[in-house]
Each structure stands twice: as C-alpha cells, then as structure tokens.
Design a protein around this ligand. Sequence first.
Ligand SMILES: [Zn+2]
Length: 186
Amino acid sequence: MKKVTWDVQYTSVPPVIKYCKKCSKKMEFVCSNKFRVNAERKYLDIWLIYKCSECNTTWNMTIYSRINPSSISKAMLEGFHSNSKELAEKYARNIDVIGKNGVEVGIPDYKIVGQNIDFKEKVELHINTICASKIKIGTIIRQKLEISQSVFEKLISNGSIKGLREEDLKKSKLEKENILIIDICL
Ligand SMILES: [Zn+2]
C-alpha cells in the first residue's frame, strides 16, 4: 500500500466566535496580537485584544486576572508589554484559555501541503498538523482531492474512503495525526 502524507499548515491563529453587540450576531473576532496590561497596586491584569472581523469592535480575552506580578517572569511581562507576536500566538492557540473566557474557537486559515493521490492504487493517507483544530477532515479531503460534498459522501458510504479508527469522517475534526485508507476502484 502506498503511503501519502499531507501536512495541514496553519497560516493564522484561530479567530474566536462570539456575539458582537454592534453586529447583533455571532461574529468572528480576530486576534490583534496586542495585549493590554493593567497594573493596579499589587495586582496585574493581562488581556489579549481581539477585533470583530466586520466592525472592529474590540473584545479583551482574559489571560491573567488579578495576579501577583512576581508570579510571572520579567521576560514574560516584557513580552506582554511589547506585544510579543510569539506570546500572542501562544495564547491565541490555547484552547483552555479560550474556553475559560466562554467563547468558541473558530477555524484558522490553513494550507494543505502534500502530494496528490492518483487513485490507481490503495493509499494509506496520513494527515498531520501541529495541533488539533475544528477543521473537518472531510473539508481537507474535499479541498485537496477537489471533489464535491456529494461525491465525498458517496466515497464514504461505499467504503472507498475510511478512517483507520472507523471514525465518522463526515463529522470528525482534524487531530494531530489522522490516518485514512483510500481505495477507489475506478
Ligand atoms: Zn461586529
């Protein structure tokens, strides 16, 4: 069986999905890569600032709330003050922090890197990425193979595409490692 590997590379951090008062509906809020640091007496509050993709309304995601300044390193504090991109991306990808703020994680921009499948032989397809996301496996496959949703569903129902763990490929989301068997008899 031929082994093919695709690498899903994120080209942005995920947006968050939350209600925007100005737009009056749930919107994507995009990370601004900027922090807001508020030092009050003995306490420190740190937020990461997001902006509504439609109207630019800002929303502050709590990173630290009322912490003792000595509990974080000087280098890290400097990173917050200087809007370190690396630090912003780290928190924008932190599912726990996003969850604690009561908002949903959106889908980041991404590209799929890897060789095409020619359907002449059975293929063990490995789809890898640096961290799990809400992108559906089905979307990755449809985009890379350039097939429609109905064709994709047909290939699943007749067993031409299946997950190694027998997962439901119509619903399953991208994990760090995903293995599929593709066997299309033309
Ligand atoms: Zn808005």
